[in-house]
Design a protein around this ligand. Sequence first.
Ligand SMILES: Cc1ncc(COP(=O)(O)O)c(C=O)c1O
Length: 411
Amino acid sequence: MQNLGESEREAISSVVVKVFTIEQRFYSIWNSKWYNRLADFEGKKHANFLFGNPTEMAPQQMIDVFAQYITPKRPDWYAYRSTPEKSGIEAVLKRLNERVNVQFSKEDVCFTNGAFAGLFSSLRTVTNPGDEVIFFAPCWFFYDSIITFCEGTPVKVDLDMKTNDIDLSALRAAITSKTRAVIINSPHNPTGKVYSAETLQGVADILRKASQTQKRSIYLISDEAYSRIVFEPTKFQSPVAFYENTFLVFTYTKSLLAPGRRVGYVAISPKMNHIKLLRQALNTTITTICYSVPNADVLYGLADLENNNISVDFEALRRRRDILCETLHKAGYEFQKPEGTLYIWVKCPINSEDDFCDALSVEGVFVVPGNAFFPPTGSWFRICLSASDEMVKYSIPVFQKVIKALKGGAL
Ligand SMILES: Cc1ncc(COP(=O)(O)O)c(C=O)c1O
């Protein structure tokens, strides 16, 4: 994609050309030799730690909920709709208000078909061409591209790679008179870090002060895709409790481990400046950007999902995290134990991530190379815990064998 000729560039918009360039490292995965080995392992034992996709059947309770609302119960069942029914909204608000300790009302919540749409529509609602939008790296694959599509200027700020925490002085230094928004992601993909109250207070203080100085609000876009996947004793705290001009972006796709079932929401802080206008603006954006709302049958199911606390088996995720962390640690891999999310972010034992992914893939173990996450330094790889227990078990001797071979110089 990166080597587009002049006439090819003319065939598509300049913004898509830019996004192709940004996403080069991500899309190159599909052309890599190691990734293409995945097909050779179809029907054979292997371990797929690539992306947050299910590797086992969904919980029966979840299947039952979705099945129940497919069949129309009245003529207008499949009319255009952008919110759940009253009971659904109440159930969503109850869980949300408990989780974040902020009293949202139903007007503050706009439903979207997942976090992609929530992030895109929040940013599009507040960003003017040339406005700077800060994001922290390493990060999920698409922030830079989403900012670019929203005509903002992406500004990458490095996380502290020793602690995986936000470097407050680096954030302060990155803010200019053009800063319009900051994207924050806790629990964090790929590091699994859950930011502390102290860090969030630090971010809020910086943004409040900078907003006053530049006499316009700097918005915080809080990507809380993994806020329900937090391992005890860590407690999740939402940035919205610390900073008033926050868009809280949530998705059910992670806690249900069903990214193909698209549903989520954006909750606007009730304390946001110009709250009424922003609610209206966000609703308009969500509607006109490809009508980015969930399907009606999924909206009807939200009351049951929330009231019955339906999710993937978090204990299974914790078990996989613990087994893998123990094995990797004993084998000599370096990493910080994740406090939340579906991921473990590990230092690659050699400089070439591709060679490392290649060595694992020969043995049927598949991980994502760190460079797809824009890390500031070093070489890394990411393991996804959505793999089954069987896959985890299969991978253990492979991780041990590969690091031993690398340290012995056999690769
Ligand atoms: C940090 C983060 N934000 C947003 C998303 C997108 O979520 P969704 O599929 O619900 O749109 C993902 C998906 O992996 C993610 O990891």
